[in-house]
Ligand binder design. Structure first.
Ligand code: FAD
Ligand code: UDP
Length: 368
């Protein structure tokens, strides 16, 4: 009998397993995939750490979270500065003075602000209520049309007017010449890849891969006193309040044997509607690689269907209402803990998952 059966060897499950084990508890971690790490999984190809589930850049403003992850890896000095390619025109991201200068020829922050103000006023937006209105109100209609609308609508498979405003607020808007995608104090890529972090967290813990909880529920549940569940909460409750929508992805990874440097940057976003992928990742640039070959991944968004991996929750009003009902059920459980991106239906980044897992640990192991 284990103290905890942990469903999902992603970041949430692994942090929980590590902390519980540190406190003398026994854990069994299972995952339906054939590897640990969930979506942060990296695999070495041509001596390059390939981010198998899309670009993962660690960033946080919280010193405690930064110190926590640094127990498991040393981080390099990588700073995320994606480039947007709109039909062959290149722009710096996030939206900053370099972007405004390229687009409008403006050179001062005052000129850029004036341009945005004029476009916001012309669009008559006072109280933004969806992603489109929020974007126009932050950066004006020109940037919205070239760098946001096409990318957003293919990424989410929905009109930008039907998407929540918070999604676009993830991106900084700056009136300085600073191409850093994040505002956070701490940022980098773990030297040695993310998988090695998860390996360290799970060292000495029983892990079983290629096991789907729902196909083995009757045998698995009796194995532990408590369950930590990091899969889809709607599936856990047998979809009784309806199916939650997710956005899925499809990745095409290519080894380019004779190319040393394919695109000159780790991340290039294709912001037009017609190009079917949203971005191309060139993995070696995350770690300043000097190999003679390179590995790239094209990222194609798609609607989630049963059997697909659910990557992004769709936090619109309809889905949030369904989630609220599942959460009410989850809150009543005494022996099941729900955590991570899928079980709490939240658009969490890695640092938020770690913080949430540590909060869960604190609650679970509170000593009076
Ligand atoms: P997951 O990693 O999804 O782990 C859940 C695990 O549970 C999975 O391994 C799954 O196989 C397993 N599981 C589910 N159901 C079952 C079941 N029934 N039985 C057995 N196992 C099951 N964050 C950042 O901070 N920076 C970034 O740059 C960044 N980029 C991203 C890019 C992409 C394309 C995506 C999709 C996410 C990105 N993230 C990024 C977010 C990051 O991936 C997540 O915050 C983090 O991986 C979530 O961890 P988790 O443990 O909650 O979930
Ligand atoms: N976005 C955009 N154009 C870009 C990059 C991002 O319109 O070039 C929008 C898009 O709606 C996206 C959101 O900003 O879903 C958040 O971007 P982020 O890079 O944080 O997305 P993630 O890496 O989580 O997929």
């Amino acid at each position: 009998m284990y103290d905890y059966l942990i469903i999902g060897a992603g970041l949430f499950g692994s942090v929980f397993a590590y902390e519980a084990t540190k406190r003398g508890k026994s854990c069994l971690v299972i995952d339906k995939r054939d590897h640990i790490g969930g979506n942060v999984y990296t695999e070495k190809i041509e001596d390059i750490h390939v981010h198998k589930y899309g670009a993962h850049i660690f960033h946080t403003n919280d010193k405690a979270t930064w110190d926590y992850i640094n127990q498991f890896a040393e981080f390099n000095r990588y700073t995320n500065s994606p480039i947007a390619n709109y039909k062959g025109e290149l722009y710096n991201l996030p939206f900053n003075m370099n972007t405004f200068n390229k687009l409008w020829g403006v050179t001062t922050p005052a000129e850029a602000k004036q341009k945005i103000k004029e476009q916001r006023e012309a669009a008559k937006i006072t109280d933004p209520s969806n992603l489109e209105e929020q974007a126009i109100s932050l950066v004006g209609t020109d940037i919205y049309k070239k760098l946001i609308k096409g990318y957003t609508e293919k990424q989410w498979g929905r009109a930008a007017t039907e998407l929540p405003a918070f999604i676009i607020k993830r991106l900084p808007v700056r009136f300085t010449y600073d191409n850093n995608y994040f505002n956070d104090r701490f940022q980098g890529i773990p030297i040695g890849g993310y998988t090695s972090i998860i390996e360290k967290m799970l060292e000495g813990i029983d892990v079983k891969l290629n096991i789907d909880f729902f196909q083995n529920r009757n045998e698995l549940e009796p194995l532990a006193h408590k369950v930590v569940f990091t899969g889809m909460i709607d599936q856990y409750y047998d979809y009784q309040y309806g199916v939650l929508d997710y956005r899925s992805l499809h990745f095409e990874t290519k080894v380019l044997k004779d190319i040393e440097n394919y695109q000159g940057n780790a991340v290039i976003n294709y912001t037009d509607r017609e190009t079917s992928y949203t971005r191309i990742i060139e993995h070696k640039h995350f770690e300043f690689g000097t190999q003679n070959t390179t590995v790239i991944t094209e990222e194609y968004p798609k609607e989630w269907e049963p059997g697909d991996t659910p990557y992004y929750p769709i936090n619109d009003a309809h889905n949030n209402e369904i989630y609220r009902k599942y959460k009410a059920l989850a809150d009543k459980e005494t022996n099941v803990i729900f955590g991570g991106r899928l079980a709490t239906y939240k658009y969490y980044d890695m640092h938020q998952v770690i913080a949430a897992a540590l909060t869960t640990v604190q609650k679970e192991f509170i000593t009076y």
